[in-house]
Design a protein around this ligand. Structure first.
Ligand code: ASP
Length: 343
């Protein structure tokens, strides 16, 4: 097993240029910047989403507002796996899952939501305006409409329509695994862009504000061509996202079923509570999944991304290729997480 961590893309300014040295690996960066506001998010799309979150964090705003605004950027963009532009389920419908959690352990979630552009904002309304944590399906949509969210057209994006037509040729239901040999062309996989880079899938975001408060959000269309009604880990508090303002926060991406079975994000936060740094905590839970899945772990991807109360970030995945974006007052970077299996 070979572990590696590398900078994928870096832009920065000021005296922290020294951190671009390849020897200055992620943990050193985080050590130097601890205690400052910071936002981290999954996959390449995190770079753009972090910028929007920083508009709030950089002005001393609340982490909760930052993590909502941040992932809304991805929800509004056309991509394979987040928002209404995403790949549909097997019946041709895009169904969305999202959740949000704040520093007081308030949380809200929506699942199997259709025709609403910003599920994360509906999740926030569930958190703030109802006595519940989670609304699903028609009930979630009904609530969203009552809250003034517009009902969007039921139409696939051109990219999703093309993927769906291609999928229909075989209509093959494959169990939700990542085909590692193909570098991730499974239903949970990030789509490969023509420039050879990997597109994002689920976006999970965690932020710490100037008061040191933590919040997180997670939003996705789930697995492309999933069974109708399938809900993954992303809207499940404790699986796709967990925030404990005394300890830290974590979000997950990848095969949701395997994140759920280990209460993934909650487990990572509990390990941080016991004193593990974020990356080590993520690694322990990845190892737990690999142990459970045995040989099958070779064909699934899961990645965890965590932030502790000191503002130190860490991530770990089953397979290479899981990237995360980090932004604070000095830097804006895209990193690749270490992984259990080497490339
Ligand atoms: N975790 C998401 C789900 O299982 C998918 C993903 O992150 O790619 O729905």
């Amino acid at each position: 097993m070979v572990h590696r961590r590398k900078f994928i893309q870096v832009s920065a300014w000021g005296s922290l240029g020294l951190f671009f040295n390849k020897q200055a690996v992620g943990s050193n960066i985080n050590e130097a910047l601890k205690g400052q506001p910071v936002v981290i998010s999954t996959w390449d799309a995190g770079l753009e989403a972090n910028k929007a979150a920083w508009e709030i964090l950089g002005k001393g705003g609340r982490a909760l507002d930052a993590v909502e605004k941040g992932v809304m950027v991805t929800e509004a963009s056309r991509n394979c796996c987040v928002g209404l532009g995403a790949n549909p389920d097997r019946d041709g419908f895009v169904t969305l899952d999202a959740c949000i959690m704040d520093e007081f352990s308030n949380c809200g979630s929506v699942a199997f939501l259709e025709r609403i552009k910003h599920p994360v904002s509906v999740a926030r309304k569930v958190m703030e305006k109802t006595p519940h944590v989670m609304l699903v399906g028609a009930g979630a949509q009904q609530f969203a409409l009552a809250e003034g969210f517009p009902l969007e057209e039921q139409k696939l994006s051109p990219e999703a329509e093309a993927s769906y037509q291609e999928w229909l040729l075989k209509s093959e239901y494959r169990p939700p695994v990542i085909n590692v040999e193909n570098k991730g062309h499974g239903p949970f996989a990030p789509a490969r862009l023509s420039n050879g880079e990997w597109n994002h899938d689920t976006i999970g975001m965690v932020a710490m504000d100037t008061k040191g408060n933590l919040s997180g959000s997670c939003t996705t269309s789930g697995a492309g061509f999933k069974m109708r009604g399938r809900v993954g880990d992303s809207p499940i508090i404790g699986a796709g996202l967990f925030v404990d303002n005394e300890v830290g926060a974590c979000t997950a991406t990848g095969q949701g079923e395997d994140v759920i079975r280990v209460a993934g994000s909650h487990s990572v936060v509990e390990l941080m509570r016991q004193g593990l740094p974020p990356e080590a905590a993520c690694k322990k839970v990845i190892e737990r999944i690999v142990k459970i899945k045995k040989e099958k772990a070779k064909n699934i991807q899961v990645g965890f991304l965590a932030l502790n109360k000191k503002g130190i970030a860490g991530a770990y995945a089953i397979h290479p290729g899981f990237k995360y974006a980090l932004k604070n007052g000095q830097q804006e970077i895209l990193m690749e997480a270490k992984s259990y299996f080497a490339e």
